[in-house]
Design a protein around this ligand. Structure first.
Ligand code: BES
Ligand code: ZN
Length: 593
């Protein structure tokens, strides 16, 4: 039994200290016409308290029956719906019963699942399905103990229409269209890492253990963009210990995917908006890969420990970037991220600036700010700086090794840190105000801020352009993506000057979504009309929350923008995943009818 199983996770109805699910077997048939998955979920139980019932999490599931292996019905009861936790399922287990099978179906509105019509795909001919489990959405497609403190192995058989290929976040794949595709995850994983996608998919091998999957119409560009995957895995292994998951594949999804990436084990799910054509946005893959250590191997026990996943991952991501593309590039990315954090901190209430954040009565999704990511990573950079890279690397590597396939709390990390690092060098430890970093708001003053010489030039030229109200000085500069992002940040100018920049650099039509998103925000503020068709097109096609949220916000604040923002949202809303819809509904005060 692991410590995390005895912890109360406020975001789950499960009581893993009484009965814990050790293994799951799914058999699901995907009905694209009805937008429903139907079948069975068989659970293998470890009954720590002989007489206790089994409590599961569900959301918008139709539970048809619960049976023992002998076929006897087991009494069950769905609870009242909670606005955050959704619906508990109490199963009154017969004496000694350690195996039950639930017959159930999802509903078309099951939040994790997005069923795309053919028109929402690149190919345009076949439908597509993907799931997004993190943080607490797996319960909307599988009845289980939906807590990151509970780990289980699983197997699945997926029946899909013949033209479509299902894929899952599994260590092994088998089967075929006729008898169903099979998947198995032989390592214990938390529920939020169980993922399924199904569409007209093609595969390109990158190396022996790495492949790219995408719709056929996108597969060549996806494979070219991600050609460095194997080098990334090798680099991370060399620095932080062996890759324990067998294969590392990336699935590039249609553009409605609500996140940049999701670290589903063995199969990262990624937005197509990283396909810039020049590998300039591949740090996202470094990030999702890094989760194979920080997050998937060593997992946050509860969602308030989320920074142990994301802060560590941003740190490791940057180390991969440094080793593949050099310190200059890695520093540019960190400087951009820290600038973003500084701006966000000005807006965030103090309670949300704490790494070990209190999420009582809140959706864990609300904790997904720059704080766990960038403040978390800055803390690790400070540790590296104080104790030296060699010692810090050894420390991190043993943290991963000693907690492999476990879920951990912030308190466990603090104790480990004291014992394994601080106790060994009191002088270095003195420089670190642990309480301020982990339990208090704001960014401690000794947060390391890397410098980028390349950005000094960019800053100088931005100031010059703004002062002269002429784009002459940048007409022929050739900067990389990170330099342009630096340039556009704070480039608040009028439409005339934007037009001048657009003439030489064609940002309105850029295929680099990171640049387009920054550019469109400036265009909205300046009322630069030639960019407006691109804005509408972008909002109607891309569902990545990080991009669409600031665009709607800018538009909503622009002169006469509120009506336009709502008109576009009304058209785009049916094309977004539930995660993006929830955020934007809240923003617009939208009442679903
Ligand atoms: N695990 C996260 C995505 C996530 C977090 C989904 C919380 C649901 C709840 C993933 O690893 C991530 O951080 N993605 C980022 C990209 C990254 C490069 C910062 C994203 O999607 O923007
Ligand atoms: Zn992440």
């Amino acid at each position: 039994m692991t410590a995390a199983e005895n912890l109360a996770d406020i975001h789950s109805c499960a009581r893993p200290d009484e009965v814990v699910v050790r293994h799951l077997e799914l058999d699901l048939t995907l009905d694209f016409a009805a937008k429903i998955a139907r079948g069975t979920c068989a659970l293998t139980l470890d009954r720590k308290l002989a007489s206790a019932p089994l409590w599961l999490d569900t959301q918008d599931l139709a539970i048809e029956s619960v049976l023992t292996d002998a076929g006897a019905s087991v009494p069950f009861k769905l609870g009242a719906r909670d606005p955050i936790l959704a619906t508990s399922l109490r199963i009154d287990l017969p004496k000694g019963c350690t195996h039950v099978t639930l017959h159930y179906a999802t509903r078309p509105n099951s939040a994790a699942m997005q069923w795309l019509d053919p028109a929402q795909t690149k190919g345009g001919k076949e439908p597509f399905l993907f799931t997004q489990g993190q943080a607490i959405l797996t319960r909307s497609w599988i009845p289980l103990q939906d807590s990151p403190g509970v780990r289980a192995t699983w197997r699945a058989t997926i029946h899909a229409p013949a033209a479509l290929r299902p894929l899952m976040s599994a260590t092994t794949r088998g089967g075929d269209a006729k008898s169903g595709y099979t998947f198995a995850m032989d390592k214990p994983v938390p529920s939020y890492l169980i993922a399924l996608a199904c569409g007209d998919l093609a595969e390109r091998q990158i190396s022996k253990r790495c492949a790219v999957w995408a719709e056929a119409a996108m597969i060549e560009s996806a494979a070219a963009e991600l050609e460095d995957m194997e080098r990334m895995v090798a680099s991370c292994e060399a620095q932080f210990g062996s890759y324990r998951w067998g294969r590392y594949d990336v699935l590039v999804l249609p553009p409605s995917f609500p996140f940049g990436g999701m670290e589903n084990p063995c199969l990262t799910f990624a937005t197509p908006t990283i396909l810039a054509g020049d590998k300039s946005l591949v740090s996202l893959i470094a990030h999702e890969l890094a989760h194979s250590w920080s997050g998937n191997l060593v997992t946050n026990a509860t969602w308030r420990d989320f920074w142990l996943n994301e802060g560590f991952t941003v740190y490791v991501e940057n180390r991969i970037m440094e080793s593949l593309y050099g310190i200059e590039r890695a520093n540019m990315e960190t400087v951009l991220a820290m600038k973003g954090l500084a701006e966000e901190l000005k807006q965030l209430p103090p309670a949300d600036q704490i790494l070990h954040v209190d999420l009582t009565n809140r959706n864990p999704d609300d904790g997904m700010t720059g704080v766990p990511y960038e403040k978390g990573a800055a803390f690790l950079r400070l540790l590296e700086q104080q104790f030296g890279r060699a010692r810090f690397d050894a420390f991190l590597r043993t943290w991963f090794d000693q907690h492999a396939f476990q879920s951990v709390t912030t308190a466990e990390f603090e104790a480990w840190l004291q014992r394994e690092l601080f106790a060994k060098d009191a002088i270095a430890a003195q420089q670190i105000d642990l309480a301020a970093w982990i339990h208090q708001p704001g960014l401690p003053v000794n947060a390391p801020t890397p410098q980028s010489q390349a950005f000094v030039d960019v800053d100088r030229l931005r100031a010059e352009v703004m002062q002269r109200q002429s784009a002459d000085s940048i007409r022929s500069v050739q900067w990389n993506t990170q330099q342009w992002l630096r340039f556009l940040d704070g480039f608040d100018v009028n439409a005339k000057l934007l037009a001048e920049v657009d003439e030489s650099h064609h940002f309105t039509q850029s295929g680099n979504c990171e640049i387009v998103c920054a550019w469109l925000q400036l265009a909205i503020a300046a009322d630069y009309l030639p960019a407006m068709p691109r804005l509408e097109d972008f909002l109607l096609n891309v569902g990545r929350r990080k991009y669409v949220r600031p665009l709607y916000e800018r538009l909503n604040h622009a002169r006469d923008g509120n009506a336009r923002a709502i008109a576009i949202y009304q058209l785009a809303r049916p094309h977004y995943h539930a995660v993006t819809v929830r955020t934007l509904d809240e923003y617009f005060g939208w009442q679903p009818k």
